[in-house]
Write a protein that binds this ligand. Sequence first.
Ligand SMILES: C[S@@+](CC[C@H](N)C(=O)[O-])C[C@H]1O[C@@H](n2cnc3c(N)ncnc32)[C@H](O)[C@@H]1O
Length: 327
Amino acid sequence: MTLPELLQLSGSYWSTCTLHAGVKLDVFTPLADRSLTVSQLARLIAADERGLDMLLNALTAMDLLSKEEGTFRATPFSAEYLSTTSDTYMGHIIMHHHHLVVGWSRLDEAVKNGAPVRRRSSHEARAAERESFLLGMFDLASLLAPKVAAQIELNGRRRMLDLAGGPGTYAIHFCKRNPDLTAVIFDLPTTRPFAEQTVDRFGLSGRIAFRAGDITTDDIGTGYDVIWVSHLLHSEGPAACAAIVAKAAAALNDGGLLLIQEFILNDNRVAPLHPALFSLNMLVGTPAGKAYAQGELQEMMKAAGLRGIRRLEIDLPNGAGIMAGTR
Ligand SMILES: C[S@@+](CC[C@H](N)C(=O)[O-])C[C@H]1O[C@@H](n2cnc3c(N)ncnc32)[C@H](O)[C@@H]1O
């Protein structure tokens, strides 16, 4: 690393906060299909003109707006991803990132005390935070689930459990891809409205049911041909994860397939970068969560009595990977 790169890294949260403010104030939606002056937009979103002028100029400097003759307009890119009117709006995940900033700013405390410094997104979030978290999961998973579902052979498998499935994005895409498949999304009771709305939007309410419960204490049912566990384990400590994997293995039919998607660390735990940082995200936000190394996941699956444990050859961003094992 060079010194300019170090200083750039240190101050890069300024750009992050500028993006978050733009999304939080929803400046992109009114600018998606027309140009407005600062005063016009300030009236529309009830903001101070001086502050908004600075924000819009900075967003223009960041290539998220264009400015011509004193009027601002969204770029085609920001109209596609940052306008609430777009089907590919990414604002929920950006607002989820925004809610995490306060916790990250106290990372040093979490490291000193080994304890979280913010509310847990899945269990303790306020309504607006829960919405950004769950719909943000939908934003992210929607980019990957069609590709994942296309690369995992589920021929002959009829019943899927999407364990901690959140809004059910993966259950939806696995069902779309496999016409004979039905699915159950298991998640906390507070997730139900988000999952049911999403499933309904895809016209799959007849094939995908929601089952409310806490994986650490409640029954998840039995008789599944495939169980998909995506981005759950990192929120729990090793003992709880081993218990979850064992519970999932026990809920499979003989020959059933367990699939675990996580941000997976190499066994020396210093790479890839995203899982290494994600571990810290779990430190600030959960009592015992962390990113797991591939060897740790393999051990949990082996201890649960699974066979044929392997990492699927599916190329995913951010160090994500999918482990598979058969009962
Ligand atoms: C990071 S999200 C992942 C959602 C989805 N699996 C995906 O990959 O898009 C984690 C999900 O686990 C759920 N969850 C966390 N702890 C849980 C628990 N103890 N019991 C049931 N669900 C839980 C959360 O509500 C959330 O929907």
